[in-house]
Write a new protein. Structure first.
Length: 132
């Protein structure tokens, strides 16, 4: 295990502005590949909104929406106000140095307000990085 983060409070609401919802920072070693698993729970205020979640990384700073994308998942919110759970999993090889990696989210289609959940008593909102 290289790094882990558990979101303890909610993020949002947001709509069409891509938002960094959770990330971790660690020191990467040249020649290593890292596996990232992110479990995210969210809801929209309107049914059938399409939410786009991305895994991104950036060197030497806090994660931003300009970070390099290495995985994308789109999830339809079937019901308004009901939670959706999605797991993102991918690998990347950033090179040596300080790296931030995590999840960004945006409402891709629809008209609702999106909230990413967080809870100090649950580990369903996490970013975990391992050497693979």
């Amino acid at each position: 295990l290289v790094s882990e983060s558990y979101r303890t409070s909610s993020v949002g609401t947001f709509t069409t502005n891509e938002t960094v919802v959770q990330y971790v920072t660690f020191t990467a070693v040249a020649g290593y590949r890292y596996e990232v698993t992110a479990v995210q729970s969210f809801q929209s205020s309107i049914e059938n909104d399409l939410i786009r979640l991305r895994l991104r990384w950036i060197a030497a700073g806090a994660l931003t929406t300009a970070g390099t994308q290495f995985h994308l998942v789109e999830v339809n919110c079937d019901n308004a106000g009901r939670g959706n759970l999605v797991t993102l999993n991918a690998t990347f090889a950033p090179g040596a140095g300080t790296v931030s990696v995590g999840v960004t989210a945006v409402r891709a289609t629809g008209t609702g307000n999106v909230t990413m959940f967080g809870d100090p008593n649950r580990q369903t909102n996490s970013v975990i990085v391992k050497v693979c």
